[in-house]
Write a protein that binds this ligand. Structure first.
Ligand code: ADP
Ligand code: MG
Length: 256
């Protein structure tokens, strides 16, 4: 491929984007993350699965420093994650996060929810931010809800707005922590469809989910956690048809 302007080397698909090395986290006596080594490359979709309490949320929260770590290193696009201050805010803006609960601002319209970050953090002008927000709301299929308030939308619509809001910051990576767990069954698919689209468009994603259909079809890699450690990882094909650890076999036996 020839292009006039050479993309920086770090922008290539397959380059390390999120790198965790020897990450440790304790909550008092509880060892919540045990020596985690994980590299997520640009454009990769990593699905993290494992029993409740295995450290999946803590891992996500550590990646954007909602949680401090006790030891080890986390870097994003070659830069170490700072512990605090302006540098942290800037770096955090590069990591989009979507939680189980939608966390939209209840007293702001859908459009305002999506424009707030770009205006405040990225310094976009209001009309620019709104134009972009409308495009994103269109992309997640809620363009007609822009002037409504979150409570007027279904859970599935709210979660799609939460995804649009995260995308509005143009993050380098998107973290999803059980984004469909709080949704009624009929709304799960509409959210997963948006995530599958994002994955196809090359977004780097770390997805904690119990949706094994999504893991099978969208994941480049499945990471299985138990008791704060990464117990095994592999392609969905390897993991689902031939898991190597007893913990994973046991887990899959219960959920499949
Ligand atoms: P998962 O998302 O896989 O269900 P979590 O990362 O939420 O697991 O939790 C891992 C372990 O850490 C659990 O035992 C949980 O109770 C504990 N934990 C998580 N957050 C805190 C906290 N803020 N304070 C104390 N313990 C916590
Ligand atoms: Mg969790």
């Amino acid at each position: 491929m020839t292009t006039l302007e050479q993309e920086p080397r770090s922008a290539e698909r397959g380059e390390p984007l999120v790198v965790l090395e020897g990450v440790q986290k304790h909550f008092g006596a509880l060892h919540a993350l045990k020596d985690i080594d994980l590299t997520v490359t640009r454009g990769e979709v990593v699905v993290v699965i494992g029993p409740s309490g295995s450290g999946k949320s803590t891992l996500c929260r550590a990646i954007n420093r909602l949680e401090t770590i006790d030891a080890g290193k986390i870097s994003l696009d070659g830069k170490d994650l700072p512990q605090e201050g302006k540098a942290l805010a800037a770096l955090r803006a590069e990591v989009g996060m979507v939680f189980q609960s939608f966390n939209l601002f209840a007293h702001k319209t859908i459009l305002e929810n999506v424009t707030l970050g770009p205006i405040k953090v990225r310094g976009l002008k209001k009309d620019e931010a709104e134009k972009k927000a409308r495009e994103l709301l269109d992309r997640v299929g809620v363009e007609h809800q822009a002037d409504k308030y979150p409570a007027q939308l279904s859970g599935g619509q709210q979660q799609r707005v939460a995804i649009a809001r995260a995308l509005a910051m143009e993050p380098k990576v998107m973290l999803f922590d059980e984004p469909t767990s709080a949704l009624d069954p009929e709304m799960i698919k509409e959210v997963l469809d948006v995530m599958v689209d994002l994955a196809k468009q090359g977004m780097t994603m770390v997805v904690v989910t119990h949706e094994m259909g999504f893991a099978r079809t969208a994941a480049d890699r499945v990471v299985f956690m138990a008791d704060g450690a990464i117990v095994e990882e592999g392609t969905p094909e390897q993991f689902f048809t031939n898991p190597s650890s007893d913990r994973a076999k046991d887990f899959l036996g219960k959920i499949l």
